[in-house]
Design a protein around this ligand. Structure first.
Ligand code: SF4
Length: 542
């Protein structure tokens, strides 16, 4: 049998690889310091939080841990697979590239696919996608590789055509999809590749190489979200059911001035509550206990959100669920409904603890509202992860200290603090002149601050904040926590890990001393004595 397409999920790079890539630019950008501020040296290797979790579980239980968030059914892979199969295509998949190389080789050699679809979801650089492309080419250099997803959309949004071409060339695929959904474009590619002489020029929303890169016409797919539920989820054998991702809307109706999502996402689209119910009924019937909503603003509009929560309560699913959450769109009843419907945790886009800076960001929520909202979450035992940044235009050392003070006083359960990343095509870049804004990415300056000062404040904040736990969203966020909680770990173990992590984060190799090694040793024993976790690993370590 021949496959029309094989879909491939995420390629998780090790911190060692990332840091080697950014080190040559350490005097020109905050990227290197940024990576240092979310990693630690463990047994001679620089590791990110997720790698430390793996190392710690392995060391604590005496069994090799294979637990990773990428064992959740990859959303892009499953959406595309669902759509293609529904339209009569034969599809194979590899949910997670890192542990699926052998399977991928087998599928290529035995199903001679017409193309391979690679999702760029969660990737922010070409290198890890290039690694997938090179691996495929090492098996069959003639295979057509299609890459789509948010990173490709960002490249097309953010850069000039020559820069885009350079980045696409670095990825090395044959066809790129730039559409906020993309499933139908992939279907059209698969249909065309069935022909003896495929003609890609008629397929909308793609960039393909024909001597040089050619761009076809943009036609929004607008695939209705009230489609049949996805029926086929990848669950690994002998592995407790992980959470399942759900998407109940597309795009965001807010307009933060540092954010490209509403521009890339276009007009918001919503799934009807009846369709959400249909999806949840199916997910529940599979024995899934947790859901991660990927919607940018699940609680906007608020009435719809409350209707969804009431539906979940009425159905007595008892899911633990996790999502992004906008405190600006909440009232007392919201938190009560969230708790009753099983909310386990939310990611909060706090961004700054200073009202003026948040106004510059067009965040439309006051410090007072944020403190109140986090208080409500704490009252109902809902875990919060507050995402904060330092260095946005207008930021001074004083306003940055307000953010650190805010975290200390509002006490979200976890927080992330990072240097602002400047993107060219977001609304704030129109105010370059006003703020004397120069540079790009992690290499910027404006009239009140530059990336180096921001980097120092971030590291200082991480090392000194005491009332909230640092969880760097680079490799481990609330979704990861949701996954690990289904695998037998406890929140208290992650709190303990984070507490020690902040004391080892950001150090360079020559700064490592006995106290540092002692802290690393403590980190590597955080999960010791956890019987539930050991039982889980034992199922696959026989
Ligand atoms: S709420 Fe989030 S997704 Fe929406 S515009 Fe603001 S930062 Fe972007």
């Amino acid at each position: 049998m021949k496959h029309d397409c094989i879909m491939i999920g995420f390629n998780d790079e090790k911190m060692d690889t990332i840091i080697k890539r950014v080190e040559p630019y350490k005097d020109k950008s905050a990227a290197y310091e940024h990576m240092l501020a979310r990693s630690a040296v463990v047994n001679g290797k620089r590791m990110k939080y997720s790698e430390i979790v793996r190392e710690s579980i392995t060391n604590s239980t005496g069994m090799q841990s294979d637990l990773t968030i990428y064992r959740m059914p990859n959303m892009a892979v499953h959406y595309c697979m669902h759509y293609l199969k529904k339209h009569g295509m034969s599809v194979g998949y590899v949910n997670y590239f890192n542990d699926g190389r052998e399977k991928l080789k087998y599928l290529i050699e035995n199903y001679s696919p017409n193309c391979i679809g690679v999702s760029s979801t969660c990737h922010v650089e070409p290198a890890p996608i290039r690694e997938i492309v090179d691996y495929i080419h090492s098996i069959d250099p003639s295979i057509v590789i299609v890459v789509g997803g948010p990173f490709i959309n960002s490249i097309n949004f953010e850069y000039s055509t020559p820069q885009q071409n350079y980045l696409l060339q670095s990825i090395g695929a044959d066809i790129f999809i730039h559409e906020r959904q993309g499933e139908d474009t992939l279907y059209q590619i698969c249909t065309e590749l069935r022909k003896d002489k495929p003609d890609l020029s008629k397929i909308p929303n793609i960039i393909y190489k024909d001597g040089h890169y050619k761009r076809t016409v943009k036609v929004p797919e607008n695939i209705c979200l009230d489609d049949d539920p996805i029926k086929e989820f990848t669950f690994y054998e002998n592995h407790p059911k992980p959470p399942v991702y759900m998407r109940c809307s597309i795009s965001c109706s807010l307009c933060c001035s540092f954010c490209r999502y509403p521009i890339l996402g276009g007009e918001p689209m919503f799934m009807k509550i009846e369709s959400i119910e249909k999806n949840m009924n199916y997910i529940h019937s599979l024995g899934v206990k947790s859901i991660v909503f990927v919607d940018d603003s699940l609680n906007v509009p608020l009435d719809r959100f409350k209707d969804m929560l009431r539906m979940m309560i009425r159905n007595k699913y008892n899911f633990k669920w996790y999502s992004f959450f906008r405190i600006s769109h909440s009232d007392e009843e919201t938190y009560e409904l969230m708790a009753k419907s099983g909310c386990g945790g939310v990611i909060l886009g706090v961004e700054s603890g200073n009202d003026t800076i948040r106004k510059n960001m067009d965040k439309r929520v006051s410090t007072e509202q944020l403190v109140w909202g986090i208080g409500q979450l704490n009252k109902y035992g809902i875990v919060s992860h507050a995402s904060c940044m330092v260095g946005f235009p207008g930021e001074t050392e004083k306003t940055a200290r307000d953010t650190i003070k805010f975290i200390e006083e509002a006490k979200p359960t976890f927080y992330d603090l990072q240097v602002w990343f400047f993107e060219n095509a977001v609304p704030i870049s129109k105010e370059r002149d006003y703020y004397n804004l120069e540079g790009y990415g992690y290499s910027w300056s404006h009239k009140d601050m530059d990336y180096e000062t921001a980097g120092k404040i971030v590291l200082d904040g991480i090392r000194n904040i005491k009332n909230s736990y640092f969880m760097p969203s680079l490799s481990f966020n609330l979704w990861s926590l949701a996954y690990f909680l289904t695998q037998g770990t406890q929140i208290s173990e992650f709190m303990e890990l984070s507490k020690i992590f902040k004391d080892v984060v950001g150090y360079k190799d020559h700064e490592i001393d006995d106290r540092y090694k002692e802290n690393v040793n403590r980190m590597l024993n955080v999960f010791r004595g956890n019987q539930e976790l050991a039982k889980n690993l034992k199922m696959r370590n026989k």
